[in-house]
Design a protein around this ligand. Structure first.
Ligand code: C2O
Ligand code: CU
Ligand code: CU
Length: 475
């Protein structure tokens, strides 16, 4: 990276080159490599609210017939799906068996600042730390991953990520498909060379994002899953470092979105396709009952207009094989929950953030908010405890930025420019929002009433590691 900064200082030509190289790795491979869809979908083990996580180097097979070294929280890639009930204490004993520092951030959870996995709170190699905090929020699909500044993208790509599901009484009362019929899907693009996982971004990729040419689900390349002819619930996480997916089913069965980052929507939303950016989650219902036994349905990503930077290709992600119908009597509920809109006039402050690229030449910063890039210990924004605020992000550039704010769930007031308007999955509570080129997004949120320091950042993890992250302090 340092080398690149020297090269780019005083040069405005490099970002142009970038546009042409976005979909190519350094071997010049373009496009997504579909493979056979011949491996069963692995389901991560489940863990309760009290658990051990031991980030360590492991070995596994991501691509059939090849083994590779990975990082994992427990078994050989990823981590257990943690399931906790509202009101429980989450107690995670983390013993860092890696030869490098890491930490654990609880993405989407309301946690005290010293338990949040802030980049300044690191668990050194060989050391341990116990995260412990009450689960004090509604049901939802969240995740956990490392957050050491400058190494987050590589550690996540190498295998450190897991899903975290919160259940509560309101959700339970809906009788949604559960057990075998509730399936977590962690979608990640990976770069493999001869079956070995590599994280070797070129100078340009450290700036734009690292796009892998193989798509994995729950840690294996292009798996299949046998389903019965009935309703299923899929909890989907985009755990990729940079890639945005436009999810759809083929043949087009449609999907009912029932939840997003912050839990259930007010009512199900019927869609044929839905965008999912890095860090975002979706909770969807799919009805396989009309499909002939033995037929195949693919989860795919369809082309989309991502400005100049993404969405140029369609590709398959995984395959469902339809089995016999099971006499399922489930009917999707007409309403799910109540989303109380935060009134705009409750906001006591409006903050504006300009998203820039190539700011502060020579300082090492390529991606910035208001011209600033991450500096540990510097307080960039000070927020009053319990305050309601409106934050506006303005993306004048030509890249997609999934913007994520720690410590809160927000509501999206508006999106102007670009795609204009809010998509169905954005009608509930969110903690990460996709901002396409030329879009301006306005968010409203109420901050926790306890003080402490948190970060907000782009969840394109290469952008984040490149400095697209600031500190805010609740006082
Ligand atoms: Cu999932 Cu600070 O991020
Ligand atoms: Cu987070
Ligand atoms: Cu970004």
């Amino acid at each position: 990276r340092r080398h690149f900064v020297k090269l780019s200082a005083g040069s405005v030509a490099l970002p142009m080159v970038l546009q042409n190289c976005m979909f190519h790795d350094r071997d010049g491979n373009a496009g997504i490599l579909d493979t056979g869809f011949d491996r069963p979908l692995p389901l991560p083990e489940e863990a309760g609210a009290s658990l051990d996580l031991n980030p360590a180097s492991q070995r596994t097979s991501i691509l059939e017939g090849k083994t590779t070294s990975t990082f994992a929280y427990r078994s050989n890639i990823l981590g257990p799906t943690i399931r906790a009930f509202r009101g429980e204490m989450l107690i995670a004993s983390v013993q860092n068996a890696l030869s490098e520092p890491t930490n654990v951030h609880w993405h989407g959870l309301k946690v005290p600042a010293n338990m949040d996995g802030n980049p300044v709170d690191i668990v050194k190699a060989g050391e341990s730390f116990q995260y412990s905090f009450p689960i004090d929020q509604r049901a939802g699909t969240h995740w956990y991953h490392p957050h050491p500044h400058g190494a987050t993208a590589r550690q996540v790509h190498t295998g450190l990520a897991g899903m975290l599901i919160i259940n509560d009484d309101e959700e339970l009362a809906l009788g949604l498909p559960a057990g075998y019929f509730e399936v977590p899907l962690i979608i990640q693009d990976k770069r493999l060379k001869a079956g070995k996982l590599v994280y070797d971004p070129s100078m340009m990729e450290t700036m734009a994002g690292y796009f892998g040419q193989t798509i994995t689900v729950n840690g294996v390349v292009s798996p299949f899953h046998e389903v019965q002819g009935r309703w299923y619930r899929f909890r989907i996480l985009n755990g990729s470092t940079a890639r945005v997916y436009n999810l759809a089913l083929s043949p087009n069965l449609g999907m009912k979105i029932i939840g997003s980052d912050g839990g259930l929507l007010g009512a199900p939303e019927d869609v044929n396709e839905v965008l999912l950016g890095p860090g975002e989650r979706l909770d969807v219902l799919v009805d396989f009952s009309a499909e002939p036994v033995g037929s195949e349905v693919y989860l795919e990503s369809k082309k989309f207009n991502g400005g100049s930077s993404q969405g140029a290709e369609s590709f398959k992600i995984m395959k469902f094989i339809i089995g016999a119908s099971s006499g399922d009597t489930f009917q999707p509920p007409g309403s799910l929950s109540v989303i109380d809109k935060i009134p705009e006039n409750q906001a006591t402050k409006v903050r504006n953030f300009e998203i820039n690229r190539m700011g502060m030449m020579g300082s090492g910063a390529m991606h910035t908010f208001n011209g600033k890039s991450y500096k540990r210990g510097r307080v960039d924004e000070t927020v009053k405890a319990g305050a309601t605020e409106i934050w506006e992000f303005d993306n004048a550039g030509d890249e997609i930025h999934p913007i994520h704010i720690h410590a809160v769930q927000f509501q999206i007031l508006s999106r102007t420019g670009g795609r204009n308007g809010i998509i169905p999955s954005e009608k509930g509570w969110k903690d990460t929002v996709l901002i396409f080129p030329k879009e301006k997004v306005r968010l409203i949120m109420t901050f926790p009433d306890t003080p402490g320091g948190f970060v907000f950042h782009c969840h394109n993890l290469e952008h984040e590691d490149d400095g697209m992250m600031l500190n805010f302090e609740i006082v």
